[in-house]
Design a binder for this molecule. Structure first.
Ligand SMILES: Nc1nc2c(c(=O)[nH]1)N[C@H]1C(S)=C(S)[C@@H](COP(=O)(O)OP(=O)(O)OC[C@H]3O[C@@H](n4cnc5c(N)ncnc54)[C@H](O)[C@@H]3O)O[C@H]1N2
Ligand code: MOO
Length: 413
């Protein structure tokens, strides 16, 4: 694809818009962060285990640490009676080796005393005062977690490009990794535009604000910090000042509204006036056609600007499809974004000149096949079907699809 394919004039196919992001968006510089603070960051370098795991040989159960060599005669004919030699609790290192012919009380995660090589779980041990009675022999290693059996220090744990989620953060922390090198978190600013948008109770021609709550919640839901959101009326000078201020302080500016062809749609002219290079405007998608993407090249931070159409349904698509892709490139993530899956249409869908992104319900049948069923109330000014929507489904431009057609879709939370 040439640079020309990003130019405006005709509606840009969605895949071409996504390719523009791949070409235009540069990854943010790396920084070091404490691993526990790195949720939703993307690794800029591979990570290896700092320690062996387990770090020391330990008991897997609550029971008695033993020497397997002592146990050959257990239960033949009578139970073996082993005097107790103290106790090991998790977190407290045993202060003496296990004497031959003895048992030591031990708890799950307790460090095996020197000399011990096996553990009898307490369910198979009888207690007689200060003696442990064992009715059968145990091999070495029973209910023992050996040092390094899971991982050796230095073995790879995660790759550059991986996004840190709760489980991976825990895996790194457990392996003694204190800090990670990650791409800096994108600084996102949001401008919600429109004279009709009210944060309080709307007047006679106003609307309740849906886009501000949608944007804030979308970022929080994914583990990103809440972006700063400002509200601007459709006044050219105010919008220019707000856009300029935001661009100076962000990596990605998202605007909602004011990006279509009306007399009060000021986002594009203001962006042009502020030296933002337009990469594209108008994507062959429904909803969200008037989507705008630009880059202010002359700023050191090279901020990006995505102008999302004001209709809340278009903002929803803008976030799940476009913003997700841009964030992945900014963070240099290896993941596919958007993360399309495949499924089958439960019923036929009519064609549209633009690619459609339809909200559908998801059903998995007894054979594990995924069925996607179109919901009513799809128009871009409507959100009221979202309580039932589990998927955003791609219907290619100009394609009427029959029931059972295989389609791509994105999971909605
Ligand atoms: N003559 C044409 N008119 C329109 C076209 C076109 O091609 N020719 N495109 C239509 C399409 S498609 C869309 S999408 C909208 C997008 O227009 P804008 O980005 O300029 O958005 P606005 O006009 O500012 O608002 C659209 C709609 O959404 C409501 N809105 C805006 N902000 C919020 C908010 N924060 N919370 C809730 N609702 C909001 C607003 O009241 C409008 O109803 O343009 C079409 N027009
Ligand atoms: O592109 Mo608009 O969001 O179809 O209504």
């Amino acid at each position: 694809m040439s640079a020309h394919d990003c130019a405006h004039g005709v509606l840009l196919p969605l895949d071409a818009a996504l390719a523009c992001y791949a070409r235009e968006v540069r990854s943010l510089p790396a920084q070091r962060l404490p691993v526990a603070d790195a949720l939703q960051h993307v690794l800029a370098a591979p990570v290896s285990a700092a320690v062996d795991l387990p770090m020391f040989t330990q008991s897997a159960v609550d029971g008695y640490a033993l020497r397997s060599a002592d146990l050959a005669t257990a239960g033949k004919p009578a139970p073996l009676r082993l005097p107790l030699a103290g106790e090991v609790r998790a977190g407290v290192a045993p202060d003496a080796p296990l004497p031959a012919g003895h048992a030591m009380r031990i708890f799950t995660g307790g460090r095996l005393p020197a000399g011990a090589d096996t553990v009898a779980r307490q369910e198979i041990v009888e207690r007689d005062g200060e003696y442990a009675l064992l009715r059968h022999a145990l091999a070495a290693g029973v209910d023992v977690r050996m040092r390094g059996e899971e991982l050796r220090a230095g073995s790879p744990l995660a790759q550059a490009g991986q996004r840190l989620h709760a489980g991976l953060i825990a895996a790194l922390a457990m392996a003694g990794v204190a800090e990670v090198e990650v791409a800096r978190m994108p600084r996102v600013r949001v401008l919600v535009t429109g004279d009709e948008v009210t944060q309080g109770t709307p007047g006679e021609a106003g609307v309740f604000d849906a886009n501000g709550p949608l944007l804030r919640s979308w970022f929080l839901e994914r583990g990103y910090p809440a972006p700063q959101i400002d509200y601007v009326i459709d006044d050219r000078a105010r919008l220019r000042d707000a856009v300029d201020d935001a661009l100076r302080n962000c990596d990605l500016l998202l605007t909602t509204g004011g990006v279509s062809v009306g007399d009060h749609d000021l986002v594009r002219p203001v962006a042009a006036e502020l030296g933002v290079r337009e990469v594209f405007w108008q994507v062959a998608q429904k909803p969200g056609k008037p989507l705008y993407f630009g880059v202010r090249d002359h700023d050191e931070a090279r901020p990006l600007m995505l102008g999302l159409p004001g209709n809340p349904g278009a903002v929803l698509i803008g976030l799940h499809v476009h913003v997700a892709a841009v964030l992945a490139h900014l963070q240099n993530a290896a993941e596919a974004a958007p993360a399309w899956r495949t499924g089958r249409l439960a019923a036929a869908v009519r064609a549209d000149a633009r690619e459609q992104l339809l909200r559908m319900s998801v059903r998995i049948d007894g054979d594990g096949r995924i069925w996607l069923e179109r919901l009513d109330r799809q128009d871009s000014h409507m959100l009221s079907n979202l309580a039932s929507a589990g998927a955003l489904v791609r219907i290619p431009a100009a394609a009427a699809l029959d029931a059972h057609a295989v389609v791509q879709w994105l999971a909605l939370p």
